[in-house]
Write a protein that binds this ligand. Structure first.
Ligand SMILES: C[S@@+](CC[C@H](N)C(=O)[O-])C[C@H]1O[C@@H](n2cnc3c(N)ncnc32)[C@H](O)[C@@H]1O
Length: 438
């Protein structure tokens, strides 16, 4: 056993310890804190924290050390934001990109902000547990009150656990392939307060379903719709292909930037509605669109950014690879009476290459790719099309800066504006305006 002092913290919130020519990353420690550590056959283990930094924040979650879902709950919120800013600066240095990184826009609601919760159910020593998988394992950490998830959704999960006991409905055992309830997904709209509950089972057979649904509705009369989803596959993917609507319409509605959006079991939707409006507000502010503009919204999801922009421009081209999301986007346009957005289900790279082929004239492009960032061919196609403005929305600082470096040959890179959509975790969203060089 050894006592060590934490002398370095990386930009993801881990203490860094160099020992025996190896580097260890220690969670839940702050600069100057002393910890007792032990080398085990498995590697490195923190036995006990011996001192607390004056900058330590109260960790509200009793499962913080095992769950792995949050990494920064032990830090003051202002320090969390500063650390996330440093992540982006680190990437700018790595890729030698000259860019200003602004202070992140923090959230007024750094707890209980997630509007979607997805719990895995298991039996453990004769008890039903529901929670998230422990990092890199299939062990479920039992969570009864997650501090970043919606409070009502937490209560619904606890009710379902109690009702399973009451009606003797067993949780699914993925090794033996026995039992009934595998996962429960709850989505709750911030604006309309509508609630969708999706109960996932491994087959059609669901004894006790009617009793469970009846009691669940009695306990939570505010539930808008309950869906039974069947996932027969041995996979960590939560939802299967078949869904049966048990009550309600099978989806809920939310309002974002004044527009209505339909959210079904599989619909991709930003998890932090408070900060999504802040982020989309930044997109609008940076783009300063004109009524005559033709804009491409690439990696469009259910069309949220393009639909928000539709009032301000002449036409939006919206491209998204997931066909279900595109179908939702089309419905969302109808729901809002929007007629100037053209939706395409395609790989954004293929679509933009076709626009290059057609010598299309675009005034601006908004991109919001997944963590992998933009395909190099997509980046090069932007450089051929040469719209005056590009707004890049990103959830991964490394791929953002990599792509900005490439785009900086043709575009001036504006200040990078981080927006904190994922408080208590090390994730950060960014938004940046690129303006065509003369
Ligand atoms: C970070 S989400 C952004 C969604 C949307 N802009 C929003 O704010 O909700 C990224 C989206 O890119 C889509 N996507 C991933 N790869 C793609 C590709 N090669 N071409 C087009 N869309 C893609 C995903 O399905 C997902 O909907």
């Amino acid at each position: 056993m050894k006592t060590i002092e934490i002398k370095q913290i990386d930009n993801y919130g881990y203490g860094i310890l160099e020992m025996d020519q190896r580097t260890y990353r220690i969670p839940n420690v702050l600069l100057g804190e002393k910890v007792q550590v032990d080398m085990t056959t498995k590697g490195f283990e923190v036995i006990k924290r011996l001192s607390d930094s004056p900058k330590r924040a109260l960790v509200r979650c009793p499962k913080y050390d095992t769950c792995g879902g949050c990494q920064l709950m032990h830090m003051n919120y202002a320090d969390q934001l500063e650390l996330k800013k440093q992540q982006i600066i680190e990437q700018c240095e790595k890729y030698q990109l000259e860019a200003t990184v602004l202070d992140p826009i923090g959230s007024n609601e750094p707890y209980n902000y997630r509007n979607k919760i997805q719990m895995t159910f298991k039996e453990h020593k004769g008890k039903i547990v529901a929670g998230l998988y422990e990092e890199n394992t299939h062990k479920v950490v039992n969570i009864s009150d997650c501090d970043i998830q919606d409070k009502v959704a937490n209560q619904i999960i606890n009710t379902i656990k109690a009702l399973m006991k009451k009606h003797k409905i067993p949780a699914y055992d993925e090794d033996k392939r026995t039992g009934i309830i595998r996962h429960v997904l709850v989505k709750r709209s911030l604006q309309t307060k509508q609630i969708l509950v999706v109960i996932v089972t491994p087959s059609n057979i669901f004894p006790g379903r009617n009793n469970l649904v009846k009691d669940l509705n009695l306990a939570h009369p505010d539930i808008t719709s309950i869906v039974h989803n069947i996932n027969e596959r041995k996979t960590s993917i939560v939802l299967g292909d078949e869904s049966k609507i048990i009550t309600g319409k099978g989806y809920i509605e939310d309002i974002l930037m004044g527009k209505r959006f339909l959210i079904g079991p599989k619909t991709f939707y930003q998890v932090n509605a408070h900060q999504t409006e802040v982020l989309y507000g930044e997109v609008l502010k940076k783009l300063q669109p004109k009524k005559t503009d033709v804009i491409l919204d690439a990696y469009a999801g259910i069309g949220t950014i393009g639909l928000m922009l539709s009032d301000h421009v002449s036409k939006v081209l919206s491209v998204e690879i997931n066909k279900d999301s595109v179908r939702s986007a089309v419905k969302n346009a109808e729901l809002n009476g929007i007629k100037n957005v053209e939706f395409v289900a395609a790989d954004a790279k293929d679509y933009i290459l076709a626009l290059v082929e057609q010598k299309a004239k675009l005034d601006a492009i908004v991109v919001d790719p997944p963590r992998a960032g933009l395909d190099l061919e997509f980046v090069k196609a932007i450089q051929v099309l040469r719209p005056k403005k590009v707004v890049y929305v990103s959830c991964d600082p490394e791929t953002l800066v990599r792509d900005l470096k490439q785009l900086s040959r043709t575009y001036m890179i504006g200040p990078i504006q981080p927006v904190d959509m994922f408080s208590q975790t090390y994730h950060i969203e960014n938004c940046v305006l690129l303006t065509l060089k003369n």
